[in-house]
Design a protein around this ligand. Structure first.
Ligand SMILES: Cc1cc2nc3c(=O)[nH]c(=O)nc-3n(C[C@H](O)[C@H](O)[C@H](O)COP(=O)(O)OP(=O)(O)OC[C@H]3O[C@@H](n4cnc5c(N)ncnc54)[C@H](O)[C@@H]3O)c2cc1C
Ligand code: FES
Length: 259
């Protein structure tokens, strides 16, 4: 889980497309950050010409191409910052600080990626970096409208398993409902997960019961993103605390105080 230096770049927005009614994919030109980014790391962003909201927002790096110098971000519109992003036009400028935090350990030879909703964004970068090593993904969504994830993972994953809350696609339920059957095949040496906290807790417990270690990517509220404000402090299993922005966002599941 290497940590490199960070940069602030005014990144040119190359594209900003809707993937569903409230999820967008933005590609920006950000050569230094793209060069140094590792799967699991994140960036702090805001539109360069906006001072409201003043604070940058954290987004996972969903892809980085060091040759082209591009970064991919996939975001759900939930508040003022992400509304402004969705309205941003190609050619506008995004203020990007990163890469930040500690990423995933990708040393296990066969990985299962388990993502719920927008938690699939950092796992996409994992799948692309690992390719052509065999990687599988278990993608959980609310309805089949989130089918776009299967398209995004198609080129980099050997198998794509899907769950939806309403059963409109794949297994009816959450990732945790579909996981036991997958773990029973004994193929995986590591599980990487990102999504709602209860889902990650269940995923980690199921993987542990199957003898597999899990890494989790935590998404706490953040203000500074660099370890200066303590906004992202969370409890650790050893009784201490961790700053998600600096010590994470990726942790081994056994490091986290799930209570
Ligand atoms: C390390 C990290 C990586 C992330 N990666 C992604 C990503 O790849 N794609 C993506 O869409 N989102 C991601 N998020 C969440 C994203 O940062 C928030 O959705 C974003 O900051 C919302 O900004 P806003 O101005 O649109 O909404 P705000 O106006 O700031 O918030 C709107 C509502 O969302 C709540 N909220 C804001 N941030 C969070 C959070 N972190 N957890 C739970 N509730 C929150 C607020 O309390 C408020 O109720 C990530 C968060 C972290 C910490
Ligand atoms: S967000 Fe400021 S310390 Fe983590």
């Amino acid at each position: 889980m290497e940590q490199k230096s960070k940069f602030v770049e005014q990144a040119l927005i190359l594209s900003n497309q809707a993937l569903s009614s409230d999820v967008y994919r933005m590609v920006v030109q950000s050569p230094q950050i793209a060069h140094d980014s590792l799967p699991g790391q994140f960036v702090m962003i805001r539109l360069s010409d906006k001072l409201d909201p003043l604070l940058r927002r954290p987004l996972s790096i969903a892809g980085a191409d060091p040759q082209k110098g591009t970064l991919t971000l996939i975001y759900r519109v939930i508040g003022r910052g992400t509304q402004q992003m969705a309205a941003a036009q190609t050619g506008a400028s995004l203020d990007v600080m990163g890469p930040l935090g500690r990423g995933f350990d990708l040393s296990a030879s066969r990985l299962l990626l388990v993502g719920g909703g927008i938690g699939l964004a950092p796992l996409l970068f994992v799948a692309e970096r690992c390719c052509p090593r065999p990687v599988e993904v278990l993608a959980g969504g609310r309805t089949k409208d989130e089918l776009f994830w299967t398209e995004l993972f198609r080129d980099s994953c050997q198998s794509i398993h899907v769950t939806t809350d309403d059963g409109s696609l794949g297994v009816c339920g959450t990732c945790a409902d579909a996981l036991p059957a997958l773990l029973a095949n004994g193929r995986y040496e590591g599980v990487l997960t990102c999504g709602p906290r209860p889902m990650m807790k269940q995923v980690a417990a199921l993987a542990k019961a199957a003898g597999i270690r899990t890494q989790v990517s935590m998404e706490e509220h953040m203000a500074c993103g660099v370890g200066a404000c303590l906004a992202c402090t969370c409890g650790a299993a050893d009784g201490g605390s961790r700053q998600v922005c600096k010590d994470g966002p990726v942790f081994w599941a056994e490091e986290v105080d799930w209570s």
